[in-house]
Design a protein around this ligand. Structure first.
Ligand SMILES: [Zn+2]
Ligand SMILES: [Zn+2]
Length: 257
């Protein structure tokens, strides 16, 4: 396969730039559409090869299309990630200083929460402490909605967590910035914002990772310390785990030790 970028590749990058992040089925459709439109060779199982060609060309620009898995149910996603800036300020071109400050403080709440969620009340209470300029609650509410629309945050029943897009973009920053609180999943070794914690040895697992891991075990025991795993184990498969996770989120909240 040619390593040259074609118009199909360029169009794919533009589409990702506009969307920020796409799930696997949409990435597949975009791949097909871009190839057919520009009469470029297309095979449905060659998406990763197609993306590799793009990534080689994006390297000098310090950008990359990165694949990640949604924390709640393991759905694969693709995001265009900026590798040059490793700080949260890379989002700055789109937001004012106060809005960025609110994003940082929201991220503090989410990462330090223990369960990966911050309530809208907690977030909106930060609005009048912002620097350089306070925000009205209504303004803060609007910017929260924008972040959900742009897939920086994910909202579930009035609680917010980091969207896969933020995790893909900000993983190194979060691991560096919260060395004592940010955890990596024991199975996949990626940053884990929403997950379950072993209260005996302190390891953390993503919900899809633990669902897969425990499926092969006769009895759920911690992969590290072998103590009985007391949390609800979500079913594997997208829909099942997503529903299971919603209902057990509050009961299996991670706790600091
Ligand atoms: Zn994991
Ligand atoms: Zn353990």
């Amino acid at each position: 396969m040619a390593l040259q970028m074609s118009d199909a590749h360029r169009q794919f990058v533009q589409a990702l730039l506009a969307r920020g992040i796409v799930e696997r089925p949409e990435a597949g459709k975009l791949h097909q559409w871009c190839c057919e439109r520009h009469h470029v060779y297309y095979a449905h199982d060659k998406l990763d090869d197609f993306i590799n060609v793009v990534n080689i060309q994006l390297q000098p620009l310090s950008m990359e299309i990165r694949k990640g898995l949604a924390e709640e149910d393991g759905r694969p996603c693709y995001a265009l990630v900026n590798l040059a800036e490793t700080d949260i300020t890379k989002l700055a071109c789109d937001y004012t200083e106060s809005e960025l400050e609110l994003f940082k403080k929201t991220m503090d709440l989410i990462v330090l929460s223990g369960n990966g969620f911050a309530s809208s009340t907690e977030i909106l209470n930060l609005a009048d402490q912002l620097k350089p300029k306070k925000m009205k609650k209504m303004e803060a509410e609007q910017v929260l909605q924008t972040w959900v629309q742009e897939k920086w945050l994910l909202e579930k029943e009035g609680e917010y967590t980091l969207h896969t897009r933020s995790i893909l973009e900000l993983e190194p920053y979060i691991l560096r910035h919260y060395p004592d609180s940010a955890r990596k999943c024991h199975v996949c070794h990626r940053l884990c914002i929403q997950g379950q914690l072993c209260e005996d040895c302190g390891i953390t697992l993503h919900l899809p990772c633990l669902a897969k891991y425990f499926r092969a075990q006769a009895e759920p025991r911690c992969p590290q310390c072998k103590q009985f795993w007391p949390h609800h184990i979500p079913a594997t498969g997208s829909a099942g785990s997503s529903l299971a996770q919603r209902s057990e989120r509050s009961s299996s909240a991670l706790r600091r030790h």
